[in-house]
Design a protein around this ligand. Sequence first.
Ligand SMILES: Cc1cc2nc3c(=O)[nH]c(=O)nc-3n(C[C@H](O)[C@H](O)[C@H](O)COP(=O)(O)O)c2cc1C
Length: 336
Amino acid sequence: MDTDGHIAACAPLPGRGDLAPVVLAPLSGITDLPFRRLVAGFGARWVVSEMVAAGEYLSLDPGSRARAELGLDEAHTVVQLVGRAPAPMAEAARRLAGQGARVIDINMGCPARKVTGGLSGSALMRDPDQAERIIAAVAQAVAVPVTVKMRLGWDAAQRNAPDLARRAESAGARLIAVHGRTRCQFYEGRADWAAIRDVRAAVSVPVIANGDIACAGDARRALELSGAQAVMVGRAARGRPWILAQIAAGLTGAPPPPAPAGAALAALVGAHYEAMLSFYGSHVGARVARKHLGWFMDHARTPPGLRARLLVAPPGTVLSLLGEALAGDPAAPQAA
Ligand SMILES: Cc1cc2nc3c(=O)[nH]c(=O)nc-3n(C[C@H](O)[C@H](O)[C@H](O)COP(=O)(O)O)c2cc1C
């Protein structure tokens, strides 16, 4: 932790005892470069990209815009790869590291059928030999740290995260993040933070606990129950990019930095909106921005009529409506 209450510097990377305690989870369709910049602006030092399919990435021109699009020049970016075969995963990692990626994370947790159907993501938990081959190939291909994100297992009968984590460590993984659900739970029920303790006991590399962490109280409990060195926050950051900084402060007992409100919140959301339009172009950008604007307005309890008007308005009108739309209570109180 920094003395100013922000999240501690995470580079130099895992295994050196200075792991940031609160990191941003990869969220496909959400943790794009504009959003990661926003969260990093509040002090997060470990922000994970949306998953990048190794095969698709390799089919791009080597001189493609991936470097700019993935934010490989950004200090705190972790690039997550997803794929099922060691060679393309290793080649994609090599290329990404060559373009400046500082950490490569391997997705072994995604439950979506379109991913598991291709025998990648959490499907690799059912094929630990293949999972291990992928991790070894990637770790051998790059000098930067390689990390793995997994679930507790495929289903209640196969909670093999400790075994896979052990194999991952011996194959060269430098950190393991665990979402405390099985694949077959998808997002149902509650994340089982205590079950992550078996992963912690199985490896000597740092472990990050993930799932349902939305405030400092959750984070403290997750750390206590799991013994993990850090927590990873995903959905709670939607519409609240400052939440990681608040959780990190709460973990040290420091007063949480206040959530931006009023004109400051409207300015922040307006700048994020403009960043999305410029990153994606105005058409796609406006579509992507709608999700984020919706989350900000959920928290601000924007009146439904105004919300509906804003979501279909052209950019200039969106910017002019934000002040009124976000004038409400910006954030639920932080649990202690
Ligand atoms: C919309 C969405 C997209 C996600 N995309 C990814 C992804 O690209 N890679 C990944 O490893 N996990 C992905 N996840 C899982 C999250 O990283 C995280 O493990 C999960 O949401 C539980 O954490 P949370 O309760 O803090 O959100 C995604 C989850 C959601 C809801």
